[in-house]
Design a protein around this ligand. Structure first.
Ligand SMILES: Nc1ncnc2c1ncn2[C@@H]1O[C@H](COP(=O)(O)OP(=O)(O)OP(=O)(O)O)[C@@H](O)[C@H]1O
Ligand SMILES: [Zn+2]
Length: 894
């Protein structure tokens, strides 16, 4: 078997990887954690699924991805196979979405079927594969640490010796089953035999003869007693018959006496009954007379000529017709009465309504008059106020007659005067200031003149022009004084004129106000006048309407009275009709009385007839009874003659005797019959036992034959079981010997040390290592490296044994070693290289080794480098030429 190609997608650290694998030694190398082991696991997973890796599907799919694919192509026994697995995440779980194996003429679908198919094809299940072909990392010590029996199981399993054990166990089970059945049958047989013996000892035939003789004797006795019993019964019956006849006659006599007494009594009582009936008939006849009288009297009260049912019916029809007429009239008149009184009521209501509406209108009219009066009063007040206004207006207007301005110009006039006054005041102030100034200069000039200096320049004043100006100054002052007094006069005049103007402005404003008021009042007076007019007219209209309504109310009232009178008339008619109805009812009741009387009469008459009939029939019955009475008397005297007492006594004695005998014989017979029954059942029992004996003998023969057959079967199964056991032991012994030899050869090859003489693998699969001096060592006592070498040897030996054992029937899978050099020093790595060479020489087609050891790399035919991208954490593979790599590395080393 050979792996050809593996393709991965999202398997563990691999995103996308496709790797071709070839014959020879392939070394997979790379740094720790780069994904080397994962690559091997992928091959293993492809073949057997996740459980074989002790992992879940979740573990094999690259974390964070949703889908993974694993494809493995391999060649086996000349055929090419392809396994394709696809995993898909659904929720938290990962499921196998596809698992398909295709090979020559075969296609297997489904994870379980594929696993089964691969195990059959390679003749190895996952565990066997791991034990023989795939040395997993860290599991080097597994076979050494295993107990001998575990080791035995593993190796037996690989060599398919387990099958023989299975067959042996099965044969053992069959033997045990046969033993169970045999024991049970043997028990049954001895039971049957002891039963037969017991029965044969019992002397069944003799017992049967004795019982049958006794039964014959008892039967004879029974027959005899039965004959005698029959005779006694006959005697007793005859006596009983005699007694019975006697008893019957006595009974008949008693009965007859009773009958005779009864008959006589019945006849007498019936005669009394007839008497009563006769007087009842008489009474009924009287009553008929009385009823006839009453009928005649009643008829006289009616219009009937004769009292027949036809006449009564005719009269009743007449009355019914009359009643119907009256009732229909009554209905009409009642309706009319109701209608009229309703109308009267309505009319009265209308009249009242009109009246109340008229009253309303009148009170409204009164209110309107009041309003009009109020309005007139106000009108007068306003007129008076208007007159006052006009008087004031007139006097104020008069104020303007001697005024300096016209009405309406007072304000502008006042403003003019105020302006002029302001000008005059300003002029006055100016003039005053100038006067002051001129006076100051004059004073200064006078002082200078007095000092003799020019007031202007302080030069001596001789002929100074400045002194001349004193005169000027004095003239100017005079002038200014005149202007001042003039201005003062003007100011006074203006002040009084302003006062007057302001009072005029006030008057003028007041006149404006008054004029407005007057206009307003005039308008209001006009309004009041209109209101008075309107109210009065409206009151008038309302009163007219009230008059009209009152007239209408009067009309309605009259009409109401008319209708009420008509209603009263109708009511009277109703009363008349009702009394008519009453008299019709009376007439009808008279007719009823008559019919009642008539039917009573008929009843009484038929009662009389009935009573007469009863009397008659009673008489007939009594005649019959008298005849029967005579007969019974005759029979009584006849019987009295027949009864004879002595015959009776004789019969009684005979009967008693027979009865005594019967009692005794019945007892005896019962005893005998019981005895017979028990004898018969004893005979039945003996016969039954004889039959049983026969059946038991048949059973015994059958059981004996069966036990013989089982015994020979048991012997056969024992042989078979022993044969499988021997065969396995023999095969195992052969295997153990071969395995021991191969283990020693391999160990010599890889260890090549003089310390150990040989390894022993005994029949119990116990492994022992012997040192040169002959002391024995448990393999677990070896050093780590020695143990690794020992294990490798054991594995390779098993692999070789298997390869030879199968003898080409099923080509061996590739030998897969994961990190075999971990514990080895460089010398031993070379030995491992030798081992690998040897395995190849021995015909192992494909060897796949995971290692980072250079020497092993050198031994490789094919080199696969695994790398992991540190940023993406995804692994990838690269196929390289081993020669080149070694060269490059040693170059780098120099
Ligand atoms: N399901 C997974 N998804 C992603 N990465 C995974 C998954 N399972 C394992 N890995 C990664 O794969 C790597 C383990 O690979 P593997 O055991 O094949 O390494 P190795 O090359 O054999 O290392 P060593 O030399 O140490 O034996 C680890 O880095 C781990 O994080
Ligand atoms: Zn690893």
């Amino acid at each position: 078997m050979r792996f050809d190609r593996i393709r991965l997608q999202n398997f563990k650290p691999y995103a996308e990887t496709d790797l071709d694998l070839t014959d020879g030694v392939t070394v997979i190398h790379g740094l720790n954690g780069s994904g080397k082991s994962s690559l091997l696991e992928a091959c293993f997973f492809a073949l057997y699924g996740a459980r074989a890796l002790d992992e879940n599907l979740e573990d094999v799919m690259t974390t964070g991805t949703e889908e993974a694919e694993i494809e493995l192509w391999f060649t086996h026994d000349g055929g090419s196979y392809h396994i394709h697995r696809r995993l898909r995440k659904s929720g938290d779980r990962v499921q196998t979405a596809k698992c398909l194996l295709e090979g020559p003429d075969v296609s297997v679908d489904g994870a379980r079927d594929v696993r089964g198919f691969v195990a059959d094809l390679l003749r190895m299940d996952a565990e066997a594969f791991v034990n023989c072909a795939y040395v997993r990392q860290g599991e080097v010590n597994k076979l050494i640490n295993a107990t001998p029996s575990q080791r035995q199981d593993t190796i037996d399993d690989l060599l398919q010796l387990g099958k023989l054990e299975e067959y042996r166990v099965r044969a053992g089970k069959a033997r045990l089953g046969v033993e169970d059945v045999l024991t049970e049958r043997r028990g049954a047989l001895s039971k049957v035999e002891s039963q037969i013996e017991a029965k044969e000892d019992a002397g069944l035939h003799e017992r049967l003869n004795a019982l049958e003789t006794e039964l014959g004797e008892v039967d004879d006795q029974i027959e005899r007693y039965e004959d005698q019993r029959e005779k006694a019964v006959e005697t007793r019956e005859n006596a009983e018959e005699v007694l019975e006849t006697y008893r019957e006659k006595r009974a008949e006599l008693d009965e007859l006496a009773e009958d005779i007494a009864d008959l006589r009594e019945t006849i007498e009582s019936d005669e009394r009954k007839r008497e009563t009936l006769r007087s009842e008939v008489g009474e009924a006849r009287d009553s008929v007379e009385e009823i006839r009288d009453r009928i005649e009297k009643k008829r006289a009260e009616t219009t009937l000529d004769e009292v027949t049912s036809d006449a009564i019916a005719a009269r009743r029809d007449e009355l019914d017709e009359r009643e119907a007429e009256i009732r229909s009239d009554l209905t009409d008149v009642r309706e009319r009465r109701t209608m009229l009184s309703n109308q009267a009521k309505k009319l009265r209501e209308r009249a009242e309504e009109f009246e109340s509406r008229a009253a309303e209108k009148r009170s409204r009219a009164d209110e309107l008059d009041d309003d009009a009066e109020d309005a007139e009063e106000e009108l007068e007040q306003r007129s008076a106020r208007l007159e006052e206004l006009e008087a004031e207006l007139e006097s104020l207007t008069a104020e303007f007659e001697d005024a300096p301005v016209e009405l309406g110009e007072a304000a502008s006039h006042r403003d003019e005067v105020r302006e002029t006054l302001t000008d005059v005041r300003a002029e006055l102030t100016e003039t005053n200031a100038e006067g002051e100034n001129v006076r100051d200069r004059l004073t200064e000039a006078r002082e200078l003149r007095d000092e003799g200096k020019c007031p202007e320049c302080g030069q001596p004043v001789e002929d100074s022009p400045h002194v001349d100006s004193i005169g000027e100054y004095e003239a100017r002052i005079e002038e200014l004084e005149a202007t001042l007094s003039d201005l003062r006069e003007r100011r006074e005049t203006l002040n009084s004129r302003l006062e007057r103007a302001e009072s005029l402005v006030e008057t003028e404003n007041r006149i404006g106000e008054l004029r407005n008021s007057r206009e307003l009042f005039e308008q209001r007076i006009e309004d009041a006048r209109e209101t008075v007019e309107e109210r009065r007219t409206e009151a008038e209209t309302l009163r007219e309407a009230a008059d009209k309504l009152e007239a209408e109310a009067d009309e309605k009232r009259t009409a109401a009275t008319t209708q009420a009178e008509a209603a009263e008339d109708a009511a009277e008619t109703v009363e008349g009709l009702e009394s008519d109805l009453e008299s019709v009812a009376e007439a009808e009741s008279r007719l009823d009385t008559l019919s009642d009387l008539r039917s009573k009469l008929t009843e009484t008459e038929s009662e009389i007839e009935r009573l007469e009939e009863r009397r008659e029939s009673i008489a007939e019955l009594n005649d019959e009874r008298r005849e029967r009475l005579a007969e019974k008397r005759d029979r009584r005297s006849e019987l009295a003659d027949e009864v004879d007492e002595s015959t009776v006594e004789e019969a009684k004695a005979k009967k008693e005797k027979a009865e005594n005998y019967l009692e005794q014989v019945d007892e005896e017979l019962a005893t005998l019959r019981e005895k017979r029954d028990s004898l018969q059942s004893d005979i039945g029992g003996v016969n039954g036992e004889l039959e049983q004996l026969e059946a038991l003998r048949e059973d015994r023969d059958e059981l004996a034959a069966r036990v013989d057959a089982l015994e020979s079967l048991h012997a056969e199964t024992e042989e078979l079981e022993a044969m499988y056991g021997d065969l396995r032991a023999e095969l195992r012994q052969r295997n153990v010997e071969t395995l021991e030899r191969m283990l020693n050869e391999t160990f010599d090859l890889v260890y090549g040390n003089d310390a150990y003489s040989r390894i022993r693998l005994d029949g119990e699969y116990e492994l022992t290592v012997f040192q040169k001096d002959g002391t024995a060592l448990d393999p677990e006592q070896l050093s780590g490296g020695e143990r690794a070498l020992f294990n490798l040897s054991l594995r390779c030996a098993i692999y070789r044994l298997l390869a030879e054992g199968i003898e080409g029937a099923a080509p061996m899978p590739p030998l897969i070693l994961d990190e075999p050099t971990v514990f080895l020093d460089s010398g031993h790595v070379s030995r491992l290289v030798d081992l690998v060479d040897e395995m190849r020489d021995l015909g192992v087609r494909q060897i796949i080794i995971v290692s980072h050891d250079d020497e092993l790399v050198g031994a490789a035919d094919e080199l696969v480098t695994v790398e992991k991208d540190p940023t993406s954490n995804r692994s990838s593979v690269r196929q390289e030429d081993p020669e080149e790599l070694i060269a490059a590395e040693s170059f780098a080393g120099d």
